[in-house]
Ligand binder design. Structure first.
Ligand code: UT7
Length: 325
């Protein structure tokens, strides 16, 4: 029987040129390279100067279309996961779609699920493809977190950065089993009782401004160490994939201690855990597609590999996905 899967046929990533090192941060707030490195694994973060979200997204999207060897006119939907859109309305995805040159009428929308945003957006695109609503989808995760960072707050400002990552998905005929190529499973979760543990201090309806990121780091950390492995496990179970079959796991890059814990809890060895937090910090919805694209570009992650994604963020939201590339 015909079974539709979403195959990843293209990938892209982009980060703004300006880099702030830990030593630069130590000039701005009372902190040190030693504290930031040992507590988080972060050494540097990229931040925008003149660029805005759609500029970063466009660069990642163009690379994704190029690696997919398709044109924008082939896209049936564009989804952007972000909490830092260009404007409150319309959705930044619509602007990106038109800048790319999609066919008039092609649907485009933003998805807000914080650091889990890319996994959520991937699930939406996969569902649209499997239902026959789209054949080819562009999914972007992009953030300009530097714009909602309080640069005088050492508890948060050392953690975040700006960047964008993207994938192109295309409908592909599979058999409906774990050996298929494409997205094998996605699992999404949310629990609003943790709303205040990680949120901005403002928002359009509440305060008429975007506010700054504020969080109870310890509470977020405690939740992340359990929820990220659990989301990965749930997606693997749904996909019918065992830990032995996993080639790579790409955890959301928020803290090296959380990232390393995911592999340990799942019995997946350290060398299979993709880590790039040192160079970018936490770029929220962008961390996973940036890491995936970087490692596909340098040949580390190859066609046919089984990749598990897992993320957790404000909400709290969390989720996992399993893909055979
Ligand atoms: O992407 C969404 C998910 N986000 C996350 O997953 C973040 C999860 N949380 C974390 O990664 C960690 O909790 C942090 C990295 C944010 C903090 O690490 P921690 O080991 O939990 O440190 P802490 O909050 O216990 O702070 C320890 C000390 C405090 O000082 P006192 O109260 O012990 O005197 C802080 O004031 O470190 C202090 N501190 C800093 N010191 C130097 C906090 N930030 C800094 C800093 N530099 N940048």
């Amino acid at each position: 029987m015909k079974f539709i899967r979403s195959e990843v046929i293209g990938h892209g990533h982009y980060a703004p040129a300006k880099v702030l090192t830990n030593d630069d941060m130590a000039q701005m707030v009372e902190t040190s390279d030693e504290w930031i490195t040992t507590r988080t694994g972060i050494k540097a973060r990229h931040v925008v100067e003149d660029e805005i979200n759609s500029d970063l997204s466009l660069k990642a999207a163009q690379m994704a279309l190029k690696t997919a060897q398709i044109g924008a006119e082939d896209l049936d939907v564009v989804i952007l996961a972000t909490v830092t859109p260009d404007y409150t309305t319309p959705a930044t995805a619509i602007r990106i779609a038109s800048q790319l040159g999609v066919k008039p009428g092609t649907p485009a929308f933003d998805m807000s699920a914080a650091c889990s945003g890319f996994v959520y957006a991937l699930a939406m695109a996969d569902n649209m493809i499997r239902l026959g609503q789209a054949k080819t989808a562009l999914v972007i995760g992009a953030e300009t977190l530097s714009k909602i960072t309080d640069w005088t707050d050492r508890n948060t400002c050392v953690l975040f950065g700006d960047g964008a990552g993207a994938v192109v998905l295309r409908a592909h005929e599979g058999n409906g089993n774990s050996q298929d190529v494409g997205i094998l499973a996605t699992k999404l979760f949310a629990d609003g009782t943790h709303f205040d543990n990680l949120r901005t201090t403002g928002g359009v309806s509440a305060t008429q401004n975007a506010g700054f990121v504020s969080m109870d780091g310890k509470e977020v950390f405690k939740f992340a160490v359990n929820s990220m492995p659990e989301a990965a496990e749930a997606a693997m179970q749904e996909a019918g994939i065992t830990a032995q079959e996993v080639d790579w796991i790409i955890p959301h890059q928020a803290n090296i201690r959380i990232i390393e814990n995911v592999g340990k809890k799942l019995n997946i060895s350290d060398e299979k855990v993709i880590v790039n937090i040192a160079n970018y910090g936490n770029t929220s919805a962008a961390t996973i597609p940036m890491a995936l694209s970087e490692r596909m570009s340098d040949g580390t992650i190859k066609k046919g590999d089984v990749v598990v994604l897992t993320a957790m963020g404000a909400g709290f939201t969390w989720g996992g996905a399993v893909i055979r590339l």
